[in-house]
Design a protein around this ligand. Structure first.
Ligand SMILES: *Cc1c(COP(=O)(O)O)cnc(C)c1O
Length: 366
């Protein structure tokens, strides 16, 4: 089976060397030496300051919402993983869905203003597949209306725009280091904040709001990263440039093989340094996509319908939250992410592309 992604595992010896260190230090969690080292190394790699490691990317979103003290309505994208919407709901806020743009599949910044009301406290947008939102326009709107901005940057590890980390934008950006992501700590994540005060709140809140012996300063939760997870991060981080390079090569092979077919691709903005986190393609219709998906599955290839359903149609939303988002609904119904990981061979990509091309030709003339 060719999966959509495969976790990059370090050699067991390299991981074991970190385990030795943990055993010697005798500290398994609570911001131990490996966590502190990983915080420093990731911040240096990404060239950001104010970074807090957490247990996963979902808690990163929830902590960002809490630390910015958001209430009421949060304008958000319908085209993302379900965690983006769930974190808003879990924090007792209302998601207000604004449709996406056809080039990057990110929230359409031209449609945001019409959705702002007196109750709007923030915009929570996803750099989906690592393609950046229109960060300049979104910041203008946020400044004009005095609302906050959070970016779900779960896909955007290492992405740079105009020479700068995409994580510099917004009040907070959140990362996921889940095993399926480009850089991982098995489970893990981080919050990157613009403001040092907000970072302090995240730091406090991720450890119960409890500091020192008996100071309980705020409502907190437990979102600390353990030393064993940090150790995995320290093994994988030195390989990230190679991981990105390998994924770039695979993406290039797909591009070559699929050029001239009836597929559509996201259109990256000028000045993007991409991380090749995903290889999404849009089929001409839902039926064609489903037919290709079945053909691939029949041949032991497991593409994924990232991202479907469009989040404005989630079954557990109150009916009044299910605003129509035709672009997102359409893309969701026609998209597949193709296998993309380190170690995927050119021959395997040829097989995938051959099956797609043949099904497309058959599918279109039928
Ligand atoms: C993976 C992902 C998350 C959740 O991250 P976890 O670390 O799995 O909790 C959130 N948002 C997006 C867009 C994701 O892809």
């Amino acid at each position: 089976m060719l999966p959509v992604t495969k976790t990059t595992l370090p050699s067991l010896e390299v991981y074991a060397a970190y385990l030795e260190q943990i055993w010697q230090a005798g500290q398994l969690t609570n911001n131990g030496p490996l966590c502190r080292q990983l915080t420093f190394d990731i911040a240096s790699y990404l060239r950001v300051s104010n970074l807090e490691l957490v247990t996963n990317g979902t808690l990163a979103l929830q902590l960002a919402i809490k630390a910015l003290n958001l209430k009421g309505e949060i304008i958000t994208t319908p085209y993302s993983y379900v965690a983006t919407t769930n974190s808003i709901l879990w924090e007792g806020c209302e998601p207000v869905f604004v449709d996406i743009e056809p080039q990057t599949f990110c929230i359409n910044s031209e449609l945001i203003e019409a959705a702002i009301t007196k109750k709007t406290s923030a915009i929570l947008a996803t750099h989906v597949y690592g393609y950046p939102c229109n960060v300049i326009r979104i910041q203008q709107l946020a400044d004009e209306h005095k609302i906050k901005v959070i970016y779900d940057a779960a896909h955007a590890f290492g992405v740079r725009l105009a020479g700068e980390s995409i994580l510099q934008h917004g009040d907070c950006s959140t990362l996921s280091f889940h095993a399926t992501k480009l850089f991982h700590t098995v489970e893990g994540g981080a919050v990157v904040c613009k403001d040092a005060e907000v970072t302090k709140r995240v730091f406090l809140m991720k450890k119960f709001g409890h500091i020192g012996e008996d100071d309980y300063l705020d409502i907190g939760i437990n979102a600390k990263m353990s030393e064993l997870h940090a150790a995995m991060g320290l093994c994988v981080l030195p390989r990230v440039n190679d991981i990105i390079a390998a994924r770039k090569e695979c993406s290039g092979w797909y591009d070559e093989q699929l050029e001239g077919s009836l597929l559509q691709w996201p259109v990256p903005p000028v000045g993007l340094e991409y991380n090749y986190g995903y290889y999404p393609v849009i089929f001409p219709s839902h039926d064609v996509m489903m037919k290709v998906r079945q053909t691939l599955l029949d041949n032991g290839i497991g593409p994924r319908r990232y991202f479907s359903p469009s989040l404005n149609t989630l079954p557990f939303l109150k009916p009044e939250l299910k605003r129509a988002c035709p672009m997102s609904e359409n893309i969701s119904s026609c998209v597949l992410c193709l296998p993309l990981y380190v170690g995927l061979s050119k021959a395997e990509i040829d097989v995938v592309c051959d099956l797609i091309r043949r099904t497309l030709q058959g599918g279109v003339t039928l």
